[in-house]
Design a protein around this ligand. Structure first.
Ligand SMILES: Cc1ncc(COP(=O)(O)O)c(C=O)c1O
Length: 413
């Protein structure tokens, strides 16, 4: 009964772990869930206010499929200022979440058998979305020696005449690491030599960045952001599609607003695709996003400062006091990318049995089932030996999680 495409579908592993955590919680266990990539602070007040006004003013009907003109224009303006390349509203489309934007872009860019290049570790949804577009997925392994980032050399070696799309994410989910200007320049040189290649630049975390990270850019309000390809290579404008959204920067995950900016013919078909599939993003969410973009700066500054303080505190605790679990200091986003391979081939007593931990799934499982700390195993992001832990949680929960992981280390045999 099911199509081949339907059979390809895998549920999101992050959501699967979150569900398992919820199940244990429902059974009365004190689970701390550090799985899902979601800010733990509220949606911005300016957004909430604008949404309420939209409802009161009856702004609750269909809009243009690719978004209301004023939102498209505001996104174009903000993004042009950020990347130093000029975009118009017609080169901008709004869709229900950055996830759907990437899905839709791949549907518009890929012919069956075209290659989508995905550096590992990657955000869990990229490979499945590429497969659903009937692409051939080529993973480019980027390990510890490359600081988990794609290098020009690796890109050059991976490219073939079938390579159609490269997905870059900076700061990265899952590692939180950003590309420096030098690294971006080196990649840009290779990309420029392959004009058939389109880069989907997933910039969803670009405003959740820490002072410690290299080469941060800054707007007139003093808001920091990570650099991206067009900042260093504006001449690549026709090869780059920028993806961003309201979910992470403005803590608006439930509002479902994402967007793309790129060459007009691509954005035009993307708009047609939206008009034939989802139609517009909720009218109210669009008004809320417009307010967040125009007036959310102060709240964003506050949110990032709090996130940075949390990151610094946890980093210090982990680096000082954990011996087996090693953390890579992130440049942004809200994840710790934990190296846990020193725990492999060691054992642990659990429910009357001796369990030998062989991989990241075993480690994540024991953390959840014995210590009630829910995280996502690195293998789900294409990198064995690691665990992704969200730090977008309360200080109380993070402290407790840290104590439980310390206990885990002390009980590992
Ligand atoms: C790297 C990355 N890209 C895109 C998204 C999608 O965000 P949304 O669909 O909520 O806009 C996420 C969300 O987890 C993400 O981590």
């Amino acid at each position: 009964m099911l199509s081949k495409k339907a059979q390809l579908l895998k549920p999101s592993p992050t959501l699967a772990m979150a569900n398992k955590a919820r199940e244990l919680q429902a059974q009365g266990h004190p689970v701390i869930s550090l799985t899902v990539g979601e800010p733990d602070w509220p949606s911005f007040r300016v957004a909430n206010q604008a949404a309420m006004e939209a409802i009161e003013q009856g702004f609750t009907k269909y809009t243009a499929a690719a978004g209301i003109p004023e939102l498209r224009a505001a996104i174009a303006k903000v993004t042009s200022d950020e990347v130093g390349v000029s975009y118009t509203a017609a080169q901008t489309a709004v869709a229900p979440g950055a996830k759907f934007v990437i899905y839709a872009l791949l549907q518009m860019l890929i012919n069956p058998g075209d290659e989508v290049l995905i550096p590992t570790p990657y955000w869990v949804s990229y490979p499945t979305m590429a497969e659903l577009a009937e692409a051939k997925v080529r993973f480019i392994e980027c390990g510890e020696s490359e600081n988990f980032k794609l290098t020009a050399e690796k890109l050059k070696n991976a490219l073939t005449e079938k390579s159609r799309v490269l997905i870059l994410c900076s700061p990265s989910n899952p590692t939180g690491l950003s590309y420096s200007v030098t690294e971006l320049k080196a990649l840009a040189d290779v990309i420029a030599q392959h004009p058939q290649l389109v880069v989907i630049s997933d910039d969803i975390y670009n405003k959740l960045v820490f002072q410690s990270s290299k080469d941060l850019l800054q707007n007139a309000e003093g808001l920091k952001r990570a650099p991206q390809l067009l900042n260093v290579a504006p001449q690549l404008k026709n090869q780059v599609v920028i993806v961003n959204g309201a979910s992470k920067s403005y803590s608006m995950t439930g509002w479902r607003v994402g967007w793309a900016l790129g060459p007009e013919p691509l954005i035009k078909v993307l708009a047609d695709f939206l008009s034939q599939s989802t139609s517009n993003v909720t009218s109210i969410s669009q008004k809320a996003t417009l307010a967040a973009l125009q007036k959310g700066g102060p709240e964003l500054k506050e949110a990032v400062a709090k996130l940075e303080a949390k990151k610094n505190r946890m980093l210090e605790l982990f680096q000082k006091n954990l011996n087996l679990i090693k953390v890579t200091p992130p440049d942004g986003a809200f994840y710790f990318w934990l190296k846990v391979d020193s725990c492999f081939n060691r054992s642990m007593d659990h429910q009357g049995q001796k369990i030998v931990l062989k991989n990241s799934i075993d480690v994540a499982k024991i953390w959840l089932e014995k210590y009630f700390v829910a995280v996502v195993p690195g293998i789900e992001f294409g990198s064995e030996g690691y665990i992704r832990m969200s730090i977008a949680a309360s200080d109380k929960d993070l402290d407790e999680a840290y104590h439980r992981l310390k206990k885990f280390e002390s009980e590992l045999q």
